[in-house]
Design a protein around this ligand. Sequence first.
Ligand code: IMP
Ligand code: MG
Length: 431
Amino acid sequence: MKTVAVVGSQWGDEGKGKIVDLLAADADVIVRFQGGNNAAHTLVVNGEKFILRLVPAGALHAGKVCVIGNGTVVDPIALIGEIDELKRRNHLKDDGLLRLSYDAHMVMPYHRAIDRAREARLGKSAIGTTGFGIGPAYEDKMSRMGLRFDDLSNFAAFKEKLERNVREKNLYLKLVLKAKPVSAAEIVEQMRKVRTRLTRYLGDTSVLLAEAIAAGQRVLFEGAHGVMLDIDHGTYPYVTSSNCGASAVFGGAGVAPGKLDCVLGITKAYTTRVGGGPFPSEMKGKLAETLRVEGDEFGSATGRPRRIGWYDTVLARHAARLNGMWGLALTKLDVLTGIDPLKICVAYELRGRRYSEIPPGRHLLEKVKPIYEELPGWREDITQTRSLAELPASARRYLNRVSELSGVKLAMVGVGAAREATIVIENPFRA
Ligand code: IMP
Ligand code: MG
């Protein structure tokens, strides 16, 4: 298959970065299509750790075209920082290989200020956002007051719009949120530098992708976050402000629906989430602590400890249905080594009734009780295994059960953090 989308099937942090990096070897173009630097992909390449937030993971392979599509919201200062860091570490050498849609919206300092001030005021009912201004930037996009990279082409007009926005945002910050205002003059100066630095990357990325697809190139669409953080299909309001599933490829990259060949769902061998909101299979206590440490489950964007839970196949079926998944890449199986027994959530119970789908009325997710199936664990080190046959029988059984209950075949299994620590059953680009 030539065009593949990778999407998260839980609450983000499924290990998409590693799988995207692995698939990028076979792709010509790698595309981000939604979200912003609230996403953070941790990659380990030749023992070196990288955290990518905005630049697609293809940047770690020489010669690949990396695209940041129109559906993203891009903090230009953060993007420049990331580009500089990659260049310092000998990547992204050719500026022609990074393309940024001029239709993408810019995350401004006032978006960050609003995001943080709102969260602070919400106190206990805070969403637990990353504080990077993502929600407020998408709000401005929808209310048609956002600034796009395209606006930088006429700096005088850009400055006027920016100053108008700052006046309005400052009123809101001061009067409603009781927070400190931002300085228009400072932002204008920052954006002058942004213009000098980023103009070289701007282009019509929809046309670029249409041409690449027509020429038979392989395109990898790199989703951020996960289905349960999707603004429509996630645990609203404890979600991010974009669609995070495969459907977002079309709007967010400017690619026609018929052009996507395949969706690969990324799922972790257990479940995590950062921030507030319902989490039916959440576990408390010592085991959660063990998994948090073993799995290094601390937010790569914010450093916050992630909440930990058992694998939830109700959510997996929800994600599979919404995305039409061709296959599953299950990551971090090695983290479960030594835990016995293992549990898989197969359904929920609520007021004496069993639900195999999320019960209608999403608020009920706060109240459901998970129904678990127990499976035996394993003790053997599996980090060197490179085929299913090498895995202990109970690990294979766990994988089979996850796949069966999710209704999606397994395509890959991650057994360690490094690119090569992966059992590849079927590579979608070679299928
Ligand atoms: P926001 O995207 O910063 O507005 O945050 C909204 C919610 O999404 C919060 O619970 C965040 O922790 C969560 N979130 C956003 N991006 C990611 C991600 O890439 N991984 C995990 N959680 C995320
Ligand atoms: Mg992440």
